[in-house]
Each structure stands twice: as C-alpha cells, then as structure tokens.
Design a protein around this ligand. Structure first.
Ligand code: AHR
Length: 667
C-alpha cells in the first residue's frame, strides 16, 4: 500500500523531503494512541482569547464605527487632512483650520469655511476611512458642532455622495445654524436601490454664502447591538464566531506610547466623545480615542469575554522610565483607579464615574498585566516597577492575578534577570515563520510546572501579507496543539495583531488575523484555524502516544543557503486531543503540514463505548501559499463532513496540507 502510494508521487516531492522518511523507508507505521482511561490534565477555560491595540487602523478605520476621518481636525497641526473644499470653478471659497474658537478644551480646533457664491454655495467634504461605506436601506446617525458669522440663522445640508458629486446616496437638511457653537444631529438613509459603494464622501454644504465653523463632525453606520459610539457589526461577528474568552487591552505598544505623554491615558478616553482630546498613537497616526476604556469593556460584554487589563507601568517606547519609588506612585495609583473603574461598585469613586458614563454594573476582571514587553527597557527597571505595581494591586485586590511581561522563556522575558516570584502569570511573545512554529510546537511539553503560569499574550506565524496564508495557519495550528496539550500551564493565549485595514496605507504590521476594507471583512486561514481550535475543545487533556510520526525537512531561504545552513528535520504532523468530561466527546486535532495524505492508525485505549460515526471538520489548501483575500474571502474555510468508521482501532487518512478535527463520541 505504502509502496503503491509512493510510486504515484511525483519525484520532486520525494526529493524535496516532503514525504516522511518513515513512509519512504517503510519503518514504523504512523500511529496515535489515545489514553482515554483518564484525563492527563485540565484544559484552561481561558485558553483562547483576543489581543487588541490601535495598529493597522484597528479602531479608527476598523472596528470602531466612526466613519469620519479626522473628525476633530487634529490629525495634522497645519492642515485639515481628509477634508476637501467643494466649490464651483472660479469660486473664491476657502477652508482652513482655526484655533481661535475652541468648542472646549478637548476640541480646540475647528474648520473655518468661507463661501462667497450665493448660487452654488461651497461645502466641505470628508473622504472617510477610504470612503464612506454606502449600503442599501441603511440609516446613518450623524452630528457636528457648527456656528456661523452670518447675521441670520441658516441651514446646512449633510449628504453622502459619490466622490465626483454626481450621485447623492442620502441627504438631510439641518436647520437653525446660529451665531454660537451648537451640536446638531441628523440621520441619513440610503435607498433600497443604493448599490454598495466606497468611492464616496460626506459633504456638509451651507444653504447660504458666508462664514462657517465646524467641529467634531461624526457619522455612524448601524453598530453591533445598536450601541451608541459602537462597533462595526461584520467585524464583531467575525470575532463572536471565534468564541474568545478574554480581550487583552489596550496593547501592545499602544499601551506604552511613544513617550509618557502619548501612553494610553485611560482617564482621557472616558465620557462623551466631545470631551476626548485623542492622542498620537504608536503606529504613525492619531487616535480619536473613540475606542475608550468603557468601549473596550462594552466590547467584552457584547462578546461575553472578560477584559485582561494591561496597565501602564512607567515605561514608554522612547526608553523613558521611572524607577520604583515615589515618582512611580502616581502611575500605580492610576492603575488602581483604573481597576476600580472596571470592577468597583457605584459606592466607589471610579465605579460611580463608570455609572455616570452609562454602565452602573461592574465588569468581571481576574487578570491585570503590568506593562508590555518590558524586556525592551534596557535600564532593567522592570524588577522594581513590577514589584511596586504587584504589591499595590495585591494589597487592594488580593484576588486579582498579576501578569508580568518578563520572566517567561521568550527572548524578551529572558533579556535580563527578572525575579518572577511575585508574578502569578508571565506573558511570552512569539512572532515566527512556519518552520519556527512547527519545529518548536513541543515548546511547553517540558516546562517547569512549579513556576508562574504562562500567558502567550502575542504570537503569530508571519507568512502572508496583509493577512497570513495557509502555511501560517499550519504553523499556528501546530503551535496551538502544543499550547492546548500544555494548557495546564499555558492558561491563556491570544495571537496578534488582530486586525488590518487592507486599503493602501492601512497596514503597519503584516500578517494580521482579520482583514477588512470600507465595505467588507474576512478571516484569514489562521483566523479559521483559531476558530476551529477554540470551537472544538473539551475540558480534559487526553494523553496521546505518537509513533512513526512523519517528518519534514526545513526549507532553506536564500540567506540560509548562503550561510550553508544544514536543513533541520522536524515533525510534519502535529496533534492534540481533549475530551468533554460531561458528554465524553473527544476532539482529536491533527495538523498535516505535508504535501501528501497521511494514513494514520488511531487507537482509542480505555474507551468503553465508541460510536462509529464522527463529525469531521477539515480545512485544507492545495498549496501552503494559498490564502483568503478581501476579494476571495472564503477560499479556505473549514468544511464539515462525516466519517463512519470509528472503532477502538481504526485508520484515518489526513488530507495533504490540512487541519482536521475528528469529533469522536465515546459515551
Ligand atoms: O503586535 C504588534 C506589536 O508587537 C505589539 O504592539 C508589541 O507588543 C509587539 O512588539
């Protein structure tokens, strides 16, 4: 049988080392033996979560619903980025930033429009985040501040138009523009016949010529759960389908900021958007802070996740830091207040503030992370900083688990000696290629079980751009088998980054889990791999003995070849099994990274009953480089099928380049 198969294989495949030596030379037949007589350990209920920060237009231009870009005119100090003057040829209308008429401290800048032509009054237009998404029968809610220097009250129209102005998709008249700042609201509704379009803009056009000032121009499409200031439904649905257990927020580098003054200053992200100044983010653009602390928490609530709150720990990306001591104390106090904002009841000062902001009920919180990637802090101050934060957090909130960003076995965690004895959990980060992920999938098999638990707070196989390809999904899946098998110690994990706006200029970091443009969104093969792993998992880890596991040979890149690197042989098949203790359902996950189907003998030891029929979930690709894109979003997705031959001993052919889950009923 094996010989016959081998004869059918193209010679190239054999020569490239893609077929396992054991298959080639007819050694031990590949076999997986599951020990169902007992649970080897328990699966962490929080194993799979999400990591988020403002990167790749994740919030503004991403999940956060706001459609107007540079709504507060602060993205550029000298010019109104993304705003355009709309005027007839020869018209002398003008538009410029103004700082003499602040609305309030958070809105110090406005846009001053002077129009002269009475017949065809000029207007201002915003091109949104790569367009304003037009969809049929859709109601958009808008608002803006405005006043006029004209003597008489006047009106302004708001419309969504094509960029050439020839098609008006929706329009509203806003009356009563007077001589002092006032906030106006409006709604725009598209027709049933409107065709989806993104070559569009929002236009505000005064009815009469004169002098006008605008500030905080906003427009929202329908949002997930109809939240005010809420999130984009399609992206939220993709996340909901992953069934994540937690959200690590707000970063990442975004937490730390380029400097102290641009850290995620949570207090400035609370309350109505009219009072949020926004700030410069760490990935090259300003954040509106529309996604503020409460919005993060409501995002968690909407998807039934818990927040995993990362607090600023006195270190910024430019290397500025504060040593342990009195100067650091205000930041420790801020972290305690932040925890109170999340968890305190309304008798506490910050719980009361949260209630005033619209959410009287406290949020659940079990994990607080102190900083982000503090291994980059060459001063080694994290030892003292972490201690001061951990002591204060534990003193006030003894039940909270404190996560350290050092003390793990990743390169940042070991960059300088760190005393992790006060850490309940250590955060490790791994960004790698598929070879590195697969060859290290046993990473946690021999971890010390006596030390702190592990949170893999950022990890990803980085092949494919803007979103990972199927080879990344294989690398991710192999890595996940290792985390899941060891989820007695790896209690939480979340890949990163989560999002990318795939429009030109939208990406700062390649290989992101979910991609979107103005009108639609899609999951990468890695997204579906994670969705599969989290959807189909039990609460008990089942020990598996593997024999004759086929191997693969490292593919060398140009640099390796020049350096005469010897290719490494490593497994080509990865596996993990868990069981639902109540139903007896066993989820056997097998990742076949090889170009050929793998016939594996499966032995279910210790199972009293085994049903012959199994549900099978398979995701596969013809080539590792295959991928999903915004135009071909579902090229690679999991497919369900049935298998009818389950016995205590049976054989299953795992397809080439595939991730397979066998759902075996054993009760
Ligand atoms: O995920 C992108 C970045 O990678 C994160 O902001 C940072 O924590 C890490 O270095």
């Amino acid at each position: 049988m094996l010989t016959f198969k081998r004869l059918l294989l193209p010679l190239g495949i054999v020569l490239n080392g893609l077929l396992s030596p054991s298959l080639l030379y007819g050694q031990t037949k590949p076999k997986l033996t599951l020990d169902l007589s007992r649970a080897a350990a328990h699966v962490s209920p929080r194993l799979y979560g999400l990591m988020t920060e403002e990167i790749n237009y994740s919030y503004d231009g991403g999940i956060y619903g706001e459609l107007v870009r540079n709504r507060a005119f602060r993205d550029h100090a000298d010019k109104a980025d993304h705003w355009f003057l709309i005027k007839a040829d020869g018209d002398s209308a003008s538009m410029k930033l103004d700082t003499k008429h602040p609305v309030n401290q958070a809105l110090p800048v406005s846009l001053h429009l002077k129009t002269t032509s009475a017949n065809t009054p000029a207007g201002i237009a915003n091109d949104g985040f790569w367009g304003i998404p037009v969809k049929p029968t859709t109601t958009y809610k808008g608002s803006f501040y405005a006043f006029t220097e004209n003597a008489a009250k006047t009106a302004i129209s708001a419309s969504i138009e094509s960029t050439d102005g020839k098609t008006v998709y929706a329009k509203a008249e806003i009356m009563g523009i007077g001589s002092s700042w006032k906030k106006f609201t409006y709604t725009l509704t598209t027709a049933q016949t409107a065709k989806p379009a993104a070559d569009t803009r929002l236009v505000l056009r005064p009815a009469t010529a004169g002098s006008y000032f605008f500030s905080l121009v906003s427009l929202f499409p329908p949002t997930f759960n109809n939240r005010t200031n809420g999130n984009r439904p399609d992206i939220m649905q993709l996340l909901a389908d992953m069934k994540p257990s937690f959200l690590r927020l707000p970063g990442g580098n975004y937490l730390e900021g380029g400097m102290f003054s641009t850290r995620f200053d949570w207090k400035k992200t609370l309350g109505p958007i009219d009072y949020r100044p926004g700030h410069m983010g760490t990935w090259g653009y300003r954040s509106s802070d529309g996604m503020g602390l409460l919005e993060y928490l409501e995002w968690c609530e909407d998807l039934h996740m818990e927040p995993l709150l990362a607090v600023f720990a006195g270190y910024a990306l430019n290397g500025d830091y504060l040593e342990k001591g009195p100067l650091l104390k205000p930041f420790v106090d801020e972290a305690l207040e932040e925890i109170e904002y999340v968890t305190g009841d309304t008798t506490t000062a910050w719980g009361k503030k949260r209630a005033q902001d619209g959410h009287p009920a406290p949020f659940p919180l079990h994990y607080v992370e102190v900083g982000n990637e503090d291994g980059f802090d060459k001063s080694t101050s994290y030892n003292g900083r972490f201690e001061q934060f951990a002591d204060a957090i534990k003193a006030k909130y003894p039940n909270l688990q404190v996560v350290a960003t050092m003390g793990g076995k990743d390169w940042l965690g070991t960059r300088y000696p760190f005393d992790a004895s006060k850490a309940d959990v250590v955060d490790e980060h791994y960004y790698r290629n598929a070879f590195e992920m697969e060859s290290d999938a046993d990473h946690y098999d021999n971890y010390d079980r006596k030390g702190p638990k592990v949170f893999v707070g950022e990890w990803a196989t980085r092949e494919g751009s803007p979103t990972p390809n199927f080879n990344s999904a294989l690398g991710d899946a192999a890595w996940m088998t290792g985390m899941e098998r060891n989820s007695d110690i790896v209690i939480m994990s979340c890949s990163a980054p989560l999002f990318v706006n795939v429009n030109p200029g939208g990406m700062q970091w390649a290989s992101d889990l979910i991609g979107y443009n103005t009108l639609s969104s899609y999951g990468s093969p890695s997204y579906y791999a994670q969705q599969m792993f989290n959807t189909y998992k039990g609460d008990e880890i089942i020990a598996i003995q593997g024999e004759g596991i086929p191997t693969q040979l490292q593919k060398l890149n140009h640099k390796d070849s020049l350096a005469s690197v010897k290719p490494k042989t490593y497994p080509g098949l990865f596996y993990v099994a868990t069981r639902d203790s109540k139903t007896g359902t066993v989820y056997l996950k097998v990742v076949n990274c090889l170009a050929t189907a793998q016939n594996i003998d499966l032995e279910l030891n210790g199972a009293t009953k085994v049903k012959p029929a199994a549900k099978v979930i398979t995701m596969k690709a013809d080539k590792p480089e295959d991928t999903n894109t915004i135009t071909e979003p579902k090229k690679i997705v999991p497919v369900n099928s049935k298998f009818n031959g389950v016995k205590n001993s049976f054989n299953y052919a795992f397809e080439p380049y595939s991730i397979t889950i066998l759902q075996l009923e054993t009760k």
